[in-house]
Write a protein that binds this ligand. Sequence first.
Ligand SMILES: Nc1ncnc2c1ncn2[C@@H]1O[C@H](COP(=O)(O)OP(=O)(O)OP(=O)(O)O)[C@@H](O)[C@H]1O
Ligand SMILES: O=P(O)(O)OC[C@H]1O[C@](O)(CO)[C@@H](O)[C@@H]1O
Length: 324
Amino acid sequence: MSDIRKIAVLTSGGDAPGMNSAVRAVVVSAINSGIEIVGVMRGYEGLIDWETQPLGLADVRNINNQGGTILFTSRSERFLQKKYREQAAKNLRDHDVDALVAIGGDGTLRGAIAFQNEGINTICIPGTIDRDVACSEYTLGFDTAANTAMEAIDRIRDSSVSHGRCSVVEVMGRKRGYIALWAGMATSADAIIIPEKWDGDYDSIIDTIKAKHADGRNSYLVVVAEGVTDAPELAQMILDKTGIESRVSVLGYIQRGGQPTAKDRMYGSLMGAYAVDVLKKDKANRMIAIKNDILIDYDIKEAIDIQNNQIDSFQYELSKLLAE
Ligand SMILES: Nc1ncnc2c1ncn2[C@@H]1O[C@H](COP(=O)(O)OP(=O)(O)OP(=O)(O)O)[C@@H](O)[C@H]1O
Ligand SMILES: O=P(O)(O)OC[C@H]1O[C@](O)(CO)[C@@H](O)[C@@H]1O
């Protein structure tokens, strides 16, 4: 019989489609196991201010299809300071909470590691559109974001073709190029610029566009991951060197919103239920992850030490080959 009687759940960092499914699965699994559950609002901020609400089955009914997070989220400057983490830990202890489930990206995981020092057992679920939690092959929200970006780029291309322009589309991803690679490959972009592979070779992009232009093509698509290069400067360079009118679209926050895909609902549900199982086994401070499409859990300190700044070279090379 597990010692866990009451748990808290929060979402933190950038919101990601699928977080609601994870919250729902945590709540339903906990209640089914006789565990009381409290929702912490606005991530680590709500933990510091004890902004919470008890969660019952009715609170999580019909939320699988909702974008964003019903618990709201934040980037908490205060949680970086030990005195506020102590306050948050005191709040949990004062309310007899035995463990915390934190759903978020690698920053949220770092927060959980710092929180471990305050004696709080935290289980993390990877939720971020960036797919940048290296220990896990998948993070909640990526599939929805990549599909949203793909659909937006499809629309941009319609206009680009009509006008005979080059579209430079900037997508999110923080320091990872997964959204750019997937959305770019799915829309047969002429060039995809991602941090893991970018060597600053603007000339090859210009040469590719010139060659296609000479071959009779009239529109072009370049997908750029945020932060790698300046999209307006790139568009200007394309105009200057090819004479082709170029326009920039920054997709921005539409990539974070919207109804989650089936994959994000499914993985959110699986990970949320798994997190409660981990607690029922009296495990502490674990990171839930997907490896070879199977759910596993790591010690959170081991999880953060897993680094992977690579992107699948086969996929990247194929994206170039298929950009005919
Ligand atoms: N080293 C740390 N110590 C304590 N808390 C931290 C640390 N790093 C991050 N956090 C907390 O975790 C919160 C979430 O991190 P961050 O804003 O980087 O988002 P994330 O979880 O990486 O998600 P996403 O990448 O999708 O935005 C931070 O706002 C901060 O409160
Ligand atoms: O919501 P904010 O704080 O502007 O953060 C934007 C960042 O969050 C993400 O959407 C998710 O981490 C990144 O892709 C992006 O760089």
